[in-house]
Design a protein around this ligand. Sequence first.
Ligand code: ZN
Length: 91
Amino acid sequence: MLILAAVVLVTVVAYNSWLYCWGRCTLENLTRLSLPGGLLLAGNGVALAILIFLKMAPTHRLALPRCRCGVPIEEDWRFCGHCGADLKKDA
Ligand SMILES: [Zn+2]
């Protein structure tokens, strides 16, 4: 998960560098810069959204309830697969 987030981060940095270079190279023609620049910014936004989603996902998994033995409990478990404790709510 962390490696995937790092790859996305590197992609965002690469896009930013490319966008900066493009801006420098075509500074004399700003009207033609607007379309590819906007597309690159949109790509950055999508990449950032994916990065935020990837950062949120592990936090959600840590919020899972845990058995008294410390093993994370899945929603459909009736008993702990590690220690065999009964996990029914009315038990
Ligand atoms: Zn357990």
